[in-house]
Ligand binder design. Structure first.
Ligand code: C2E
Ligand code: MG
Ligand code: MG
Length: 572
């Protein structure tokens, strides 16, 4: 190379020349400085003297192949200096071709020191995946670790425990001793956790005082127990930080793969849920996530979501069951009973879906829809001159809403032709148990609007006299479980008689539900109950059948002539 050019290159870059065998024939001062070798040591030596061992053989093979073909090669190479330290150079290697022969004569290489850039990059990469305070993997990196661990467990069919660990009372340490002590404590906690881990296990810091442990050696519950007790014990040993003694414990939530066969995020969430249980149960302990409970919960969510859709799509409807006076045969009114016309499944009774729905606020939406439908029906009956009342069932959760009365008033005002006294709300007595004061105030407010109340399923709950006194419902419905057995069971007969007497003493109307035979009716009338509802009179029916049914209804002759005592007979 021209001396002038060489001087320029020497000033700018690390420069060397190599013969065709790879032996160094020229180096500049910068080359000597960065490699730590003298010029004498380098000249004649093979380039391999700088090999760091960091690159695969394939890497150099690729390079020599390019150069031998007369091509320029570019890349970043890590070299080892004489003192053993590593440095990175951005290299451009050029084969110099003899113009006379067209053959490669030698190789020159121009390099720039990029060690600092590399180190910075490395630090940045490390920081992206680690918590700077404790040096543990952070949330972002945890996700990778957990996915890898899970993939391994799936492949090897080996168990895996995902543990969420939260320190107990860490906030008090921060508040009491200051954040600097809190930080040092976290560093020590991380150190203890790392020390206790075995090969294949991992620990990460999620945030604040939350850590996640991934444990592999958990083939049986004894192993898991031993591992977690070990962690709890290690963390509960006293800490001495800046000459202050600090005591601390941890709560751990655990979920186990393959029993809990979910994705990484869900496993962490489940471990977190279990950790809250451990906290609630008194801290310094672990709790294992209950998979079957979660599955039940999921099933509930699915059913509730499906019923919500059913409501939106108009798949819910009301069936009507008559309430009659046994003796006179007069139809007094009907009870509206919810049905789900489920596509492909037919008519689904409320017992199959309402108990789950009643645990959620969807029951409020459904309850309001039922009231709205009922008021519409009452309006229709009124226009046809039909003087029937209509009962609707109101769930506990719905009645206990603070705005129940207000909402009911709104629904009533939307149907001004309907007299509120024709609407009867059936509530079960257990509604009142949680919140008697609110419920009795609510009943009074609704009654002030003119709406009536019945105590449904009476006798199955507490049936306490004080409830009866404080719940001003106009009607008491004797539960069908007693009515069914009054013919055979003296106790049920006595109970039915007592409820009828009680109702009378409190000035309430009484109606029997679940009347299944003519004889049931006869016995009830003898006990003093003349109002009833039951399959013997009619099964719940669609709205369209109500008018024709009422027109044709005749009570059995045994009921209007009480002097004729007949044997029990089915009424159809
Ligand atoms: P409930 O309010 O005590 O309703 C009486 C239940 O007994 C109804 O069941 C009715 O079909 C049934 N039944 C009527 N006569 C007889 C009989 O002679 N023998 C027998 N064995 N059963 C008879 P259904 O319609 O399946 O309703 C069950 C429960 O679901 C109701 O009990 C009520 O608690 C609830 N429910 C029904 N509709 C609604 C609603 O719109 N909202 C709310 N919150 N609950 C409702
Ligand atoms: Mg009812
Ligand atoms: Mg009932």
């Amino acid at each position: 190379m021209d001396d002038i050019y060489r001087a320029a290159v020497d000033a700018a870059a690390i420069f060397s020349e190599t013969d065709l065998r790879g032996c160094i024939t020229y180096v500049n001062q910068q080359f000597c400085s960065i490699s730590g070798y003298s010029r004498e040591e380098l000249l004649g030596a093979n380039h391999r003297i700088l090999n760091s061992g960091l690159h695969e053989a394939e890497f150099f093979l690729g390079m020599w192949r390019a150069l031998a073909a007369g091509k320029v090669w570019k890349g970043e190479i890590c070299n080892r200096a004489k003192d053993g330290s590593l440095y990175w150079v951005d290299s451009t290697m050029v084969p110099l071709v003899d113009p006379a022969t067209g053959k490669v004569r030698k190789y020159v290489s121009i390099r720039f020191d990029v060690t600092e850039k590399r180190q910075l990059l490395h630090t940045l990469q490390w920081r992206v995946g680690h918590d700077v305070l404790t040096g543990l993997p952070n949330r972002a990196y945890l996700s990778d670790l957990l996915n890898q661990a899970l993939a391994f467990s799936r492949r090897e069919e080996s168990p895996l425990a995902v543990c969420m660990l939260d320190l107990d009372g860490f906030k008090a340490v921060n508040d009491g001793y200051g954040h600097a002590v809190g930080d040092l404590l976290l560093v020590e906690v991380a150190r203890r956790l790392k020390a206790i881990l075995r090969g294949g296990d991992a620990v990460a810091r999620l945030s604040g005082d939350e850590f996640v442990l991934i444990l592999r050696h958990v083939d049986c519950s004894q192993q898991l127990h031993a591992a977690l007790q070990g962690v709890l014990r290690a963390l509960a040993a006293p800490y001495v930080i800046r000459e202050q003694s600090v005591l601390l414990s941890a709560s751990i939530g655990v979920t186990l793969y393959p029993q809990d066969d979910e994705d990484a995020d869900t496993l962490v969430r489940h471990a977190d849920q279990a950790m809250y249980v451990a906290k609630q149960r008194g801290r310094n302990r672990y709790h294992v996530f209950d998979v079957s409970q979660e599955q039940e919960l999921k099933a509930t969510h699915q059913t509730v979501a499906r019923v919500r859709r059913a409501l939106r799509q108009g798949e819910l409807c009301l069936y009507y069951q008559p309430k009659v006076n046994l003796r006179s045969g007069q139809v007094l009114g009907f009870e509206a009973l919810l049905r789900w016309q489920r596509p492909g499944r037919g008519l689904v009774p409320p017992g199959e879906f309402l108990p789950l729905v009643e645990q959620t606020d969807l029951i409020v939406e459904i309850g309001e829809w039922v009231i709205e439908q009922a008021l519409g029906r009452l309006q229709e009956w009124r226009q046809q001159g039909l003087p029937w009342s209509l009962s609707v069932n109101i769930a506990a959760r719905h009645l206990q809403r603070g705005d129940f009365v207000e909402r009911l008033q709104l629904l009533l005002s939307a149907c001004p032709q309907v007299e509120p006294a024709y609407l009867d709300l059936e509530i079960v007595e257990s509604v009142a148990i949680d919140n008697l004061q609110h419920v009795s105030r609510c009943l009074e407010a609704c009654q002030a609007l003119g709406v009536r109340f019945s105590l449904d399923d009476f006798g199955t709950g507490y049936s306490s006299l004080s409830y009866l006194k404080r719940l001003p419902a106009q009607t008491i419905k004797i539960d069908k479980s007693f009515v069914r057995d009054i013919l055979h069971d003296q106790d049920d007969l006595a109970l039915a008689g007592a409820v009828i007497g009680l109702a009378r003493a409190f000035g309430r109307e009484v109606i029997a539900e679940g009347l299944e035979s003519v004889e049931h009716g006869r016995v009830l009338m003898a006990l003093g109950c003349e109002l009833a509802q039951g399959y013997c009179i009619a099964r719940p029916m669609p709205a369209g059948e109500v008018v024709a049914w009422a027109r044709d209804y005749r009570q059995p002759s045994q009921w209007y002539d009480q002097s004729v005592l007949t044997a029990a007979a089915p009424c159809t």
